[in-house]
Design a binder for this molecule. Structure first.
Ligand SMILES: [Zn+2]
Length: 236
């Protein structure tokens, strides 16, 4: 019985070790996602700037078209003027030309603004792309470092799993099952140390007869309060 208890204790140690390793691995996975999200966010900012640059170019082309059309209107009006007979008509076309010229001035102003806007966006985009590239390069290094840490932990977990298998071989299957269920129910702790008449798993006082029986190692004894399998430790 004492031997069985020692094996259960070893099993618990291995399982706790695996839990710790898995938690560390989970933490690293979270960091990994965080790094990836940072890169994605930077790329997203680049895409937004690219879209507004494309939009700016479209607006610029539209202004250029309007500008050309207005210039054409003026040319046409000026040609028409030569054929005008009355003073009244002459004045009307003259007014049209004045309006068209005013519009052209407005469009040219808008075009200048648009061009400077496009230059600003281009500059911002170039800078953002630089940052993005740097971040991606930097992240690639960090990602591969994190990944190798994760892989290293995985090989430790694999080794523990092998160790666990060899330990469970020496324990009756029913006991392993009981241990596993208890472990799930008791927050990863299927065993509890009994010391000075107390269960160290739940800190409750153990019935004296039960405590005395622990010294005999005749059967597996469980704490009546938390149901954990008790292991006697005289000094610790
Ligand atoms: Zn207990």
């Amino acid at each position: 019985m004492k031997k069985k208890l020692e094996m259960l204790e070893e099993l618990q140690e291995i399982d706790q070790q695996i839990d710790i390793l898995k938690a560390a691995q989970g933490g690293l996975q979270t960091e990994l996602s965080g790094i990836n999200q940072g890169v994605d966010a930077a790329r997203e900012e680049c895409a937004v700037l690219e879209a507004s640059l494309a939009q700016g170019e479209i607006e610029k082309s539209a202004l250029e078209l309007t500008h050309a059309a207005e210039l054409e209107n003026i040319t046409r009006s000026e040609t028409n003027m030569k054929e005008i007979k009355t003073n009244k008509e002459f004045q009307a076309v003259g007014r049209e030309i004045t309006v068209a010229k005013k519009q052209i001035t407005d469009i040219e102003e808008q075009l200048l603004q648009k061009i400077s806007q496009i230059e600003d966006i281009s500059g911002a985009l170039a800078a953002k792309k630089n940052t993005c590239d740097e971040l991606a390069e930097n992240s690639a290094q960090r990602l591969s470092a994190k990944q190798s840490e994760i892989d290293k932990i995985q090989s430790e977990i694999d080794a523990d799993v092998v160790r666990r298998e060899s330990v469970t071989k020496g324990i009756p299957a029913s006991l392993v099952k009981k241990f596993t269920i208890l472990r799930e129910q008791r927050r990863g702790q299927a065993l509890a140390i009994a010391k000075d008449g107390y269960c160290m798993g739940c800190n409750m006082h153990l019935p004296p007869q039960l405590y005395n029986n622990l010294y005999k190692y005749e059967e597996l004894l469980a704490c009546p309060h938390c149901q954990r399998i008790l292991i006697l430790k005289l000094q610790q």
